[in-house]
Write a protein that binds this ligand. Structure first.
Ligand code: DQA
Length: 144
């Protein structure tokens, strides 16, 4: 099974940005965490991060026919991007939405998730562990 893990804008600043909300571990630590989870489950994974909406759309399109599942934290684009929603729908690869923080307990504008409308499941508020839960969900429901 191959899983693509996509992280959106400002997640490359993990460890620096608002540590009270997002924790003190870096993006590199998140990638290591995801790679360790996948290695332990015999899953091939690719981690991709971009601050650019179009690059995320391109990456989702390029995954068509190549990956079995997507884990996506669209970050701020969660709440604005119909383009990412449409890209997820276009490829119809099973996708799980992840947020480090509990977006439902934060500002009102974070309560809407466009990308989430194309996802089979959402984990929010579990920090790095949400990525492990998302990977396990994809393996359980879409693994061979
Ligand atoms: C986030 C939540 C978003 O509202 C925010 O814009 C982010 C990170 C999270 O992981 O908690 O950049 O997706």
């Amino acid at each position: 099974m191959k899983i693509l893990v996509i992280n959106g804008p400002n997640l490359n600043m993990l460890g620096i940005r608002e540590p009270g909300i997002y924790g003190d571990q870096s993006y590199a630590a998140l990638v290591r965490f995801v790679e360790d989870v996948c290695a332990g489950k015999n899953v091939e994974c690719e981690c991709f991060q971009s601050n650019h909406e179009g690059d995320i759309v391109d990456k989702i399109q390029a995954a068509y026919g190549k990956v079995d599942g997507i884990v996506i934290n669209p970050a701020a684009y969660t709440h604005t991007s119909v383009a990412i929603l449409d890209a997820l729908k276009a490829v119809s690869i099973p996708a799980v939405e992840v947020h480090l923080s509990d977006v439902s307990a934060r500002e009102e504008f974070r309560h809407i998730s466009y990308a989430g409308m194309a996802c089979v499941k959402t984990y929010a508020g579990y920090g790095f562990d949400g990525y492990r839960m998302a990977i396990e969900y994809l393996i359980k429901h879409y693994g061979q």
